[in-house]
Design a binder for this molecule. Structure first.
Ligand SMILES: [Zn+2]
Length: 388
């Protein structure tokens, strides 16, 4: 089917164009080159679509992520492609402004941006983006969701465990970049890299996303994919990320064996060792994505379950735009450069730090000494692609 053979065509697994005015779904697999299941699952969905050609109310694009790393079977070549989407990097890699690439992942990014730019600029309705991942350790699958109301609504239609706020801990993810352009995004960790069940849930998730986005019509056959997800998920729930243990190669980080995703942990429990000695939990909660492979910048995360009441409350507060009044409170200053960024003196504003700003739809940018910098998530409640 592919007629050209340059590198950028190695990214596109398939594209299906139905009604041009309908929504768009873009799915990525293997942004990390050692996570083969994502791209393979998209290939499966694509071949089913080629055989059955369902009527499409919209456009569908499936991409392979880091093709040079996939060829070598490694997570990345020079730099993690899923930490590469900072505004500075994107500007350097955009088609109009591209400068000669330096790192292998600069090339990957420039190739992907060429396609993404075209797809997003021509969208006439909502744009949805999926990013399929897998983990070194075995574990229950879950979705990672940037905390906007639109992302939540999309995620909550799926029978999956939802992890809110991981994007706050990571700079430069692909989905954060697409979120800031106004797309509804969902990341998905499908389980262990080589498990057949990982392929199965990735495939099921992609089909359900196509249905929930309104691109493919619901059917009994497709409804069955909900069962695949529910079974793998066991008990769907909503968690928030509270802590990330960042590491570098020099740390010589070694996770204690035997941890699985969402295992409960106590405060001060021994979780790992590094060259400075024991690494213990800062707070109680659930351990998330314990690192059992060599490459990576995240040792583990700690999360907690969020009660439905808080989700409801934050929905109400955000729709009422309560965030707007926060800048009138003592100790809170609005940035002159960006009206959606607040600088908070936590000596003065002691009683409403991060948790309250989270409720109101802000994310942490930096927290240093007595200053907390937060900014409002873009396109929390409205889509830039939907013209009224
Ligand atoms: Zn990954």
């Amino acid at each position: 089917m592919e007629m050209h053979s340059n590198q950028s065509d190695k990214h596109l697994i398939a594209e299906f164009i139905g009604d041009q005015d309908g929504p768009t779904l873009i799915a990525f697999g293997s942004i990390h080159g050692n996570e083969a299941a994502g791209a393979e699952a998209l290939q499966r969905v694509a071949s089913t679509m080629r055989a059955d050609h369902p009527r499409l109310n919209g456009r569908v694009y499936f991409f392979r992520g880091n093709v040079r790393a996939i060829e070598k079977g490694v997570r990345f070549i020079d730099s993690d492609l899923n930490r590469h989407w900072t505004p500075e990097n994107v500007i350097r890699s955009l088609p109009d402004t591209a400068i000669p690439p330096h790192l292998s992942e600069d090339k990957e990014q420039a190739e992907l941006l060429k396609d993404l730019d075209r797809i997003i600029k021509s969208a006439k309705d909502e744009v949805y983006a999926l990013d399929l991942h897998s983990t070194s350790a075995e574990g229950v699958p879950f979705a990672t969701v940037g905390d906007t109301l639109r992302n939540r609504a999309f995620a909550q239609k799926l029978p999956v465990t939802i992890l809110l706020g991981i994007e706050e801990q990571l700079e430069g993810t692909l989905l954060e970049y697409l979120n800031n352009l106004g797309a509804v995004t969902l990341g998905y960790e499908g389980g262990q890299h080589y498990a057949e069940s990982t392929l199965a849930v990735h495939e099921a998730l992609t089909w359900r996303a196509l249905v929930n986005a309104g691109i493919v019509e619901e059917s009994d056959e497709l409804r069955r994919f909900n069962e695949v997800l529910r079974k793998a998920t066991k008990r769907p729930r909503i968690l928030e990320v509270r802590y990330r243990h960042a590491i570098t190669a020099a740390d010589d980080f070694r996770m204690l064996p035997g941890f699985n995703n969402f295992d409960p942990i106590r405060r001060s429990q021994l979780l790992a060792n590094d060259r400075n000695g024991p690494v213990v939990a800062d707070e109680k909660g659930l351990v998330i994505m314990p690192l059992y492979q060599k490459l990576g910048e995240d040792g583990f995360f700690i999360g907690r379950e969020i009660l439905p009441f808080w989700l409801w409350l934050s929905g109400v507060l955000r729709r009422l735009n309560v965030g707007n009044i926060m800048r009138h409170l003592p100790g809170v200053h609005r940035s002159e450069k960006d009206p959606d960024t607040f600088d908070i003196d936590t000596n003065v504003a002691r009683f409403f730090p991060l948790q309250v700003f989270h409720l109101l739809g802000f994310r942490k940018r930096r927290w240093y000494e007595n200053r907390l910098v937060v900014s409002r998530r873009k396109f929390d409640t409205h889509s830039p692609f939907r013209k009224l």
